[in-house]
Design a protein around this ligand. Sequence first.
Ligand SMILES: C[S@@+](CC[C@H](N)C(=O)[O-])C[C@H]1O[C@@H](n2cnc3c(N)ncnc32)[C@H](O)[C@@H]1O
Length: 226
Amino acid sequence: MPSQRRASDVSWSSYRDSIGDRSGLFEGLVDRWPVDCALYLGSYVDLSPSVAIAAVTYVDVDRRAARFFADAQRVAADLQGRARPGAATEVKFLDADFTAPLAVAARSVDLIISLFTGPCWDECERYLRAGGLFLANASHGDASLAALDARLTLVAAATHRDGVYRWNTHDLDRYLVPKKPAAAEVEAIRAAGRGIAYTRPAFAYLFRYEPEPAPAPAPAPAPAPV
Ligand SMILES: C[S@@+](CC[C@H](N)C(=O)[O-])C[C@H]1O[C@@H](n2cnc3c(N)ncnc32)[C@H](O)[C@@H]1O
C-alpha cells in the first residue's frame, strides 16, 4: 500500500537533524527542578521535553506540526528508546494560537517553554502555577521581558556547546546584563518581538515565578520606652 505520508512531512527525528537534540537540556532541568507537567508554546515538532517530562502540551499554528502530532504512531516511534521511565505518559497537541486563550487550566502547569518563538509570556503566564518555572530564550523577546518582570527570578542559565547543554546556577548576576541598558524597555521589546543583546549570552534562561511578590518585611518594632 502506498505511504500516506507526504514528502514534506516532518518529524522530530528529521527536525533534530537541523536543530540538534535538546533532550539533554530537559533531562538536566528535570534532574534539578522536578517538573511533571509542561506547556511548550510554539513547539513546532520539537519533542525533546517529553524525553524527561511526564505530561507535555505542545502548541503551534503550523500545519506540519499538527500533522505530526496527529500521527500517534509516529510520535511514539520518535520517542521510542529515548524517553526516561515515567516520561512521555501524556503528549498533547493544541493546534492553536498562543496569543488567544488556550484550553489549558489557569495556574496548572509546572513549566512553560518558549524557545525561538513569542513573545508569549504576557498572554500565557496565567497557565503557570505559583512557584512554577519559565524557560525562555532571548530570540523573540521572552527572556528579555522575563528579566524585566518583578514576578520572575532567574534561577539558572543554560549554555550549549558541541551539542551538550549545561545548567549554570552560579554567578547569575553575570547574565541578562544589557549591552545597551536603554534597550531594556518592555514596550520596545514587545513591539519589536526581539530580545535585546546581553554582555554574556546564554542559550536559554530559567526563571521562577511568584505571581504575588513576597510582602516586604515588616519594619522592626520601635524600641519600648524606658
Ligand atoms: C522558529 S520555530 C521554533 C520551534 C521550536 N520552539 C524550536 O525551538 O525549535 C517558531 C514556532 O512558533 C510557532 N508560532 C509562532 N507564533 C505562534 C503563535 N502565535 N501561536 C502558536 N504558534 C506560534 C511557529 O508556527 C513555529 O512553529
